[in-house]
Design a binder for this molecule. Structure first.
Ligand SMILES: Cc1ncc(COP(=O)(O)O)c(C=O)c1O
Length: 399
């Protein structure tokens, strides 16, 4: 018998849980009303268009969709991504400033692999995306959470920390954050890049949900404000499909070159077929059309959830109203443990993600994340009703 504890590398013992695996598994449970995983609604997947795109790629006779591709990505898709960034962000990355990745999660893995030595300090938002915690912990980073409020990361708190510590990087999700739904205000964006420059700290901005804005104007991205100190990582999981696993990293050329080296040591290149389908879909104009429909869909779901929470939840609950994205963050002002409550919720065919998994220090026991992105309209009210009765019971309040 092998002793697996001796076989596994020391870095696997860093306390990284299997939280994401559990969330992905929940997606398969039938009859469950799941506010858990941040999944796009399958209605947004362009099935017909994909068939047409695939047919055209096959018929063109060009072998590149089916071949290994250069590590930085195929030229056509890279050009498409650069042009899209130019149109959306007002800044076009130079060829040496752009890497096509196998999803945003891979960009985090490449960053951790390239930058993090054991014990290095990495700053994240408190709370933050579980996948980021896992990526940085996987390389034995010391993680510290910077508090947030409804205007995003507290730059005043960051400043206090930067006076005494020197982190390797700060990871932030400025738009419709996962998990809170909060958006970083313009004033704080300016303050953040100014602090990054003054203290010589790399900022990694994850723009996973940026295109899914329901109302109002987008503040400029951090990368467009300060490309010298900001690396932008993005994904096509929410604007195309997670099934192709495609994203990008855009930032300073020396950093992108290092990430490219790291990618040679992981999967060598993002899948060429997905890259070509993405380019075809994007250039045909269908992506922009679908993004408009997706915004309408997710706005409607957010509104349905906000209304039914107001009707169904006890007054000791408060929650955020995101201007875009997939998530709403709920805080119970009372003695509840949302982790323990999640098990009782499952027994009633209801799922959410307990708040503590999004913190690096186990906080968040009275908080939870609700994803409205993939709950059918007709089930949102019933899901809120189940949640309301669970929370009432936990608070010992009458039904
Ligand atoms: C903030 C954030 N970044 C990245 C990802 C993952 O992106 P990808 O599917 O491209 O790996 C997610 C998905 O849930 C996310 O919420």
């Amino acid at each position: 018998m092998l002793n697996w504890d001796e076989v596994f590398a020391a870095r696997t013992r860093s306390g990284v849980g299997d939280g994401l695996i559990e969330i992905l598994k929940l997606a398969e449970v039938a009859e469950l009303i799941s506010f858990a995983g941040g999944f796009p609604d399958p209605e947004t997947f362009p099935r017909e268009a994909l068939l047409q795109g695939l047919e055209e790629l096959v018929e063109s006779g060009d072998p590149s969709p089916f071949q290994y591709s250069p590590t930085a990505g195929l030229e056509g898709p890279r050009e498409f991504i650069a042009s899209r960034l130019e149109a959306k962000e007002g800044r076009r990355p130079e060829p040496a400033e752009l890497l096509v990745t196998s999803g945003a999660v891979e960009a985090m893995e490449l960053l951790a692999r390239s930058l993090v030595d054991p014990g290095d300090l990495v700053l994240v938002e408190a709370p933050t995306y579980l996948g980021a915690i896992m990526a940085f912990r996987g390389f034995q980073a010391e993680l510290e959470g910077i508090p947030m409020d409804e205007r995003g990361l507290r730059t005043d708190q960051l400043e206090i920390l930067l006076r005494r510590r020197r982190p390797k990087l700060l990871y932030t999700i400025p738009d419709f954050q996962n998990p809170t739904g909060a958006t970083l205000s313009l004033q704080r964006r300016t303050a953040l890049v100014e602090l990054a420059r003054r203290h010589g700290v790399l900022v990694v901005e994850d723009v996973a949900y940026r295109e899914l804005r329901f109302e109002g104007e987008s503040p400029p991205s951090l990368w467009s404000l300060a490309p010298d100190v900001v690396l932008q990582i993005g994904t096509f999981s929410k604007t195309f499909l997670p099934g192709v696993r495609l994203g990008w990293a855009a930032g300073a050329a020396p950093l992108v070159a290092q990430l490219t080296v790291a990618k040679q040591n992981t999967d060598q290149c993002a899948g060429a077929l997905g890259q070509c389908l993405l380019e075809w879909y994007g250039r045909s104009g269908r992506m922009d059309e679908q993004v408009v429909r997706s915004r309408d869909l997710y706005r409607r779901r957010r509104d349905l959830l906000a209304t039914s929470l107001r009707d169904q939840l006890p007054s000791r609950c408060r929650w955020t109203l995101p201007q875009g994205g997939f998530f709403l963050w709920l805080v119970v002002e009372g003695e509840v443990d949302t982790t323990a409550l999640a098990t009782r919720a499952q027994a009633r065919s209801l799922a959410y993600v307990p708040g503590s998994v999004f913190y690096v220090d186990g906080r968040g026991r009275r908080e939870m994340r609700l994803a409205y992105s993939r709950v059918e309209d007709g089930l949102i009210e019933e899901g809120s009703r189940r949640l309301g009765s669970l929370v009432r019971e936990a608070l010992n309040e009458p039904a």
